[in-house]
Design a protein. Structure first.
Lengths: 271, 222
């Protein structure tokens, strides 16, 4: 693991703010009056038991879910609402598309397009969104595939790739749009154990070589500890405890955090 | 021997009807495909009103007999100033009838493409139409093709009803021979074999399309 230098964020305004966000699916409240903020360049790990709302946070940022109440602010602009003639209106598709351009997301199950080769998966969006010409997109796509160690797999369809290779293509695809904020949703959960490391190594390189803000939802506590500048521990849609990884993993204050980490260690995960 | 001479004698006459059958089949399939795609996509729309229009079309053409639709196209449309040739009326009726069944195939196939694919298109900031055209439809087409193959064969077999509005297609020609010669077995055996040959060619074409569109989707994982 490389040297971690926490970004100098003391004077910076947040790039993401959750303001009293609530999210319910029917009678089930997934997020409950959630408030937290993320500073530009910060690397955040979101941990906690299944169903605690971690993934919902990433999905909200990617506009795959809407808020039930409260607001999510990105770069000072509401994600869920827009203001026209002084009136607050639900975000239009055009507003959402504008807001999405700051984000890239890597999914647990890769979500690659099976009818496209690796390079086509990476180049499709930059060309269709008008960010790059076909030639530029291909050049950048090949660079990104090289960066994730898959230069020789550019012409392969996802069905011919291993889980780890698929996830690395998915990372390259998310990076092709040059996002300011990268959302990583349990990116190793669907992988065989021996394939996890190759994916985590790519994320580690990205963490150390770019100034992207990164939000990681993971059950890999050892990786979260090495990756994060700050760790948020969630339960039942609320932040139970937050702090630097050294504090959360070595000397947690809250009893619930302690018991969660004890169970994780008992299950054989490195912390 | 007599049968063989008879076959040679009027076999060619019957087979001249094959051209009309091919024309009816090809043009009806094109109309059905275009209409099925449009109606099927509309059936997945978020707009209740446009869905309702497409739903009315589908239910109307599925719920009424193709015979009635054919007669309406040929005999009723002229009353409102739209006069069609027998072939045009056949293509219109068979195409719209097939399109109604095809629309349901298209709708089901689009809905069968996983939610993960739609979410990936949102995460990549594609518009709905870009997502549909570049991501959803190419995968849905692979799911549609086997049913479309069946539908195309149904349309081809359905062209026989066009004989009722004087289209000189295979069945019409066979019926003419039967009524003039009294020979039933050979004419109908001949058109059965011809229909079967056409259906086999169509299925081979659909299987080729499945292979073409299925690249990456139907290949085996390593």
């Amino acid at each position: 693991m490389g040297l971690h230098v926490a970004p100098n964020t003391a004077e910076q305004s947040p790039i993401i703010e959750f303001r009293n966000v609530e999210k319910s699916f029917g009678p089930i409240k997934v997020l409950d009056q959630l408030c937290f903020s993320v500073k530009p360049g910060e690397h955040l790990a979101l941990i906690g038991p299944s169903g605690s709302g971690k993934t919902t946070i990433l999905r909200m940022l990617m506009t795959l879910e809407s808020v039930t109440a409260g607001d999510v602010i990105v770069n000072g602009v509401s994600l869920n609402h827009e203001y026209k003639s002084g009136k607050e209106l639900p975000a239009s598709e055009a507003h959402l598309r504008k807001m999405r351009s700051d984000f890239g997301m890597v999914f647990q199950h890769f979500n690659l397009f099976p009818h496209k080769t690796a390079i086509q998966n990476v180049t499709l969006a930059p060309v269709l969104t008008g960010l790059l010409s076909k030639a530029e997109a291909k050049e950048r796509g090949l660079k990104l595939l090289k960066k994730v160690g898959l230069a020789d797999k550019a012409g392969e369809y996802p069905s011919r790739l291993s889980g780890g290779q698929k996830q690395r293509v998915a990372i390259a695809r998310a990076l092709a749009l040059q996002p300011k904020i990268l959302l990583l949703d349990e990116i190793t959960s669907a992988l065989d154990p021996e394939l996890v490391e190759e994916v985590l190594n790519v994320i580690t390189d990205l963490r150390n070589e770019t100034d992207m803000t990164m939000l990681l939802v993971t059950h890999e506590m050892g990786f979260a500890k090495d990756f994060a500048d700050r760790v948020l521990f969630f339960e039942r849609g609320k932040i139970v405890e937050e702090g630097p990884p050294g504090e959360i993993f070595q000397a947690p204050h809250h009893e619930r955090t302690k018991s969660f980490l004890r169970k994780v260690i008992a299950a054989g995960h490195r912390v | 021997m007599e049968n063989l001479e008879a076959l040679i004698g009027y076999g060619w006459y019957i087979l001249t009807g094959a051209w009309a059958t091919v024309q009816l089949t090809v043009f009806s399939c094109i109309v059905a495909l275009v209409v099925a795609m449009i109606a099927g996509i509309v059936l997945t729309s978020n707009s209740h009103l446009v869905r309702l229009v497409a739903r009315f079309y589908v239910e109307f053409f599925r719920g009424t007999s193709v015979f009635v639709q054919l007669f309406a196209a040929y005999f009723v449309l002229p009353l409102v100033g739209i006069a069609l040739s027998p072939i045009q009326a056949g293509v219109l009726a068979l195409g719209l009838n097939g399109g109604a069944y095809g629309a349901e195939v298209v709708r089901a196939a689009i809905n069968a493409v996983g939610r993960d694919q739609r979410e990936a298109t949102i995460a990549l900031n594609l518009t709905r139409w870009q997502a549909l055209w570049w991501v959803i439809l190419p995968q849905a087409v692979v799911l549609m093709l086997p049913s479309f193959g069946n539908l195309a064969i149904e349309i081809m077999k359905g062209t026989a009803v066009a004989s009722l509005i004087t289209v000189s297609e295979l069945t019409f020609q066979a019926e003419t021979v039967r009524s003039q010669t009294g020979d039933t077995a050979i004419p109908f055996l001949l058109i059965m074999v011809t229909y079967l040959a056409m259906a086999s060619l169509m299925m081979a074409f659909v299987r080729w399309l499945e292979k073409l569109f299925g690249r990456g989707i139907t290949s085996k994982s390593t």
